[in-house]
Design a protein. Structure first.
Length: 285
């Protein structure tokens, strides 16, 4: 059976595979299609698309936006973004500038906690967008923590001692932005937003009114029960099912392309459904 992966990251954001390496790895893993959905950037898309043509694997151009909501920060994956959209690039440049301030603040907080870590070291870890995974890698290399989970749980995550919130787009602006580039907006990893089904239901209803068109039914950390519940949510709000591993490479060693932590499988028919929807709207695929 043909498998796909519609949620992956490269060195253009916080992954460890270059866009070309990612696409070739997907081909080697036996996938028939992959979406590159880096955080707040499209810089890796031309390379990924070109490699896809050479390697004989379909590449869907995408991105992932961090968005403020009433229940916290949610992530919206945009599929079939225009890789050359000037408007999207301008917004991402603004987001990148805000991220720089955030990264500098987190590093400063780590220093105040007694960690020997500098922004220069963090920058040296990144080929693309700098993020907290690069800080976690340094903390591991220096023996301050034993794993990425420990780094995030104790220091870098939302409840960590060095955490500083990111200045994200508001939901309305994010959906309007994706509409401007004819992208299909998908709610990523819904159960990372909330494990309370009532809260999730209300938030999905609100996002649907703003323009949400799909939801990640299939995701690396979903149990069978979670997958079934998101399927019901998708049917209730007439949302397209999507899915992916959220692959980052070595920063998330338990997550494999197309397989997640082992039990993930996204059938090619999921992509066919997304394409059929877009074709019915006269949108490019």
């Amino acid at each position: 059976m043909s498998a796909i992966d519609l949620h992956t990251h490269s060195t253009a954001s916080d992954g460890t595979f270059t866009p070309a390496e990612l696409v070739r790895a997907a081909k080697q893993a036996g996938l028939t299609a992959i979406a590159l959905t880096d955080h707040d950037t499209m810089e890796g898309l031309p390379e990924a698309l070109e490699t896809g043509v050479k390697a004989g694997i379909e590449v869907v151009p995408g991105c992932e936006l961090g968005v403020e909501s009433k229940v916290g920060v949610l992530h919206i994956v945009g599929l079939w973004v225009d890789p050359y959209s000037e408007r999207l690039k301008r917004v991402f440049d603004e987001v990148r500038n805000r991220r720089i301030i955030r990264n500098e603040t987190v590093v400063s907080n780590l220093q105040k906690l007694g960690f020997d870590i500098t922004m220069e070291e963090v920058q040296g870890q990144a080929a693309g967008t700098i993020g907290r995974p690069h800080m976690a890698r340094i903390m591991m290399q220096k023996g301050y923590v034993k794993s990425f989970d420990e780094a995030f749980n104790d220091y870098l995550g939302k409840n960590g001692k060095a955490y500083f919130p990111k200045d994200n787009l508001v939901a309305e602006d994010a959906f309007e932005l994706l509409r401007s580039t004819d992208a299909t907006p998908i709610l990523a990893h819904p159960y990372l937003l909330s494990t309370d089904d009532d809260v999730l239901d209300r938030e999905v209803a609100r996002l649907k009114e703003m323009g949400l068109q799909g939801i990640e039914v299939y995701y690396s950390s979903h149990t069978i029960d979670m997958t079934d519940r998101v399927k019901r949510l998708a049917r209730k709000y007439d949302l397209l099912p999507s899915g992916g591993s959220d692959f980052h490479g070595y920063v998330k060693p338990d997550i494999q392309l197309g397989k997640g932590a082992g039990g993930l499988f996204v059938h090619h028919s999921v992509l066919d459904g997304l394409k059929a929807f877009r074709q019915s709207r006269g949108l490019k695929i």
